[in-house]
Design a protein around this ligand. Structure first.
Ligand code: PMP
Ligand code: GLN
Length: 378
């Protein structure tokens, strides 16, 4: 049988999480917390179920939730998206990304993606007949070379995808980056897909630069986020996207074909929970403490690192330990030392990040301590 995605394999997240189970390993690979989501939020879900919110919600999302999403963005970015026509609740950010790309990318269209890139962008572009144009992030800090982006833009460029804070490197885009992007896209019809699932996980007093904050970007941007990442419940698979009405109209056509609508009781619960901004504003501090706790434990190990600026991922460089490549070392680490991580080169086609592994620090102190003991044993 012919494959529409001949180069796609089982996702590295599935592979590594399975290996972690098979080897009874500490799992710092796939990005999810190993602690519970807030009891208050769970109670709100059961309450919604008891109140009978168990049938299809409106296709584009429960209205109260869309209102709260809109208020949250207005509070953070100062921009008001219309809950009726410009906000859609999706089955995780994964679906939002899929719908946004599928709604606009046609055969022959070019889409600029930055490497290392989250694993769903390129297959979705290919599935729609588009061509991913890869630009490597530069240097230790994984910066965007805007000159290179300028040169990569052609008359066929339909979309550009950014991800800030960035998975897997933990880098963030600055205000200056967003202004460069703004001036680069001015006068073009290029759409911007901004993956902001880690918007609230940003450290050292830095401010998240959402595409929604920059009017000339916002007018062409689809901004995606994920409640699973924000509220420690990745298994609830709920996220959303916002975009100006003409763009959202097209995205909703795909959304109705993909899932039609998303779980009802969770949407009711999130709507209530979002009313208290502390629930998301406290996350930067919460995860910065975890990052610092983890890094302090491994500071004297042979692994070297630049502290993650955002997300709940930390890259560790193992050059001082072995010349093995990251895939081989990650395999040895899980099989022989019972610690699972993600080899970065799988996100990365051009520049092989052969000596870096990604570790998820959304874990309890106890788990991070055990992981650090293993890392310090090298
Ligand atoms: N984008 C990035 C950069 C991610 O790391 C993830 C994984 N959470 C997603 C999108 C998908 O988010 P969700 O789990 O809400 O589908
Ligand atoms: N976003 C998560 C990560 O980067 C994984 C999501 C998934 O398993 N598809 O680890």
């Amino acid at each position: 049988i012919s494959s529409k995605l001949p180069k796609s394999e089982v996702s590295i997240f599935t592979v590594m999480s399975k290996m972690a189970v098979d080897h009874n390993a500490i799992n710092l690979s796939q990005g999810f917390p190993n602690f519970e989501t807030d009891k208050e939020l769970k109670n709100l879900v059961t309450q919604a179920m008891k109140e009978g919110y168990n049938q299809y919600p409106p296709a584009n999302g429960v209205h109260e939730l869309r209102q709260e999403i809109s208020k949250k963005i207005e509070g953070l970015s100062g921009v008001a998206y219309d809950p009726v026509s410009e906000v859609t609740v999706t089955s995780g950010a994964t679906e939002a990304l899929f719908c946004a790309i599928s709604a606009f990318v046609e055969k022959g269209d070019e889409v600029i993606v930055f490497k290392p890139a989250y694993d769903t962008y390129e297959p979705t572009i290919l599935l729609n007949g588009g061509k991913p144009v890869q630009i490597q992030l530069k240097g230790k800090e994984y910066k965007i070379d805007w000159e290179e982006v300028k040169e990569a833009i052609t008359s066929r460029t339909k979309m550009l995808i950014i991800n800030t804070p960035h998975n897997p490197t933990g880098t963030i885009l600055s205000e200056a980056d967003m202004k460069e992007l703004e001036s680069l896209l001015q006068g073009t019809d290029i759409l911007l897909l901004s993956d902001e699932v880690y918007e609230h996980l940003i450290f050292d007093g830095e401010e998240h630069q959402s595409a929604s904050k920059f009017p000339k970007l916002a007018e062409r941007a689809i901004v995606c986020s994920s409640f699973g990442k924000t509220f420690h419940n990745t298994g609830w698979k709920t996220g959303y996207c916002v975009a100006p009405e003409p763009l959202m109209k097209e995205i909703r056509k795909i959304h109705e074909l993909t899932t039609f609508s998303v779980n009802h009781p969770m949407q009711r619960a999130y709507a209530e929970y979002l009313k208290n901004p502390e629930h998301y504003l406290q996350l930067a501090h919460f995860y910065q403490q975890k990052r610092d706790f983890f890094l302090d434990l491994i500071r004297d190990s042979k692994f070297s690192f630049t502290p993650s600026k955002g997300t709940y991922f930390q890259l560790l460089n193992f050059e001082k330990i072995t010349t093995e490549n990251d895939v081989i070392f990650a395999e040895r680490l899980v099989k022989k030392h019972n610690l699972a991580s993600i080899p970065v080169s799988v996100f990365n086609i051009d520049r092989k990040d052969h000596h870096q592994l990604r570790f998820c620090f959304a874990k309890t102190g106890d788990t991070l301590k055990k992981a650090a003991e293993i890392l310090c044993s090298f």
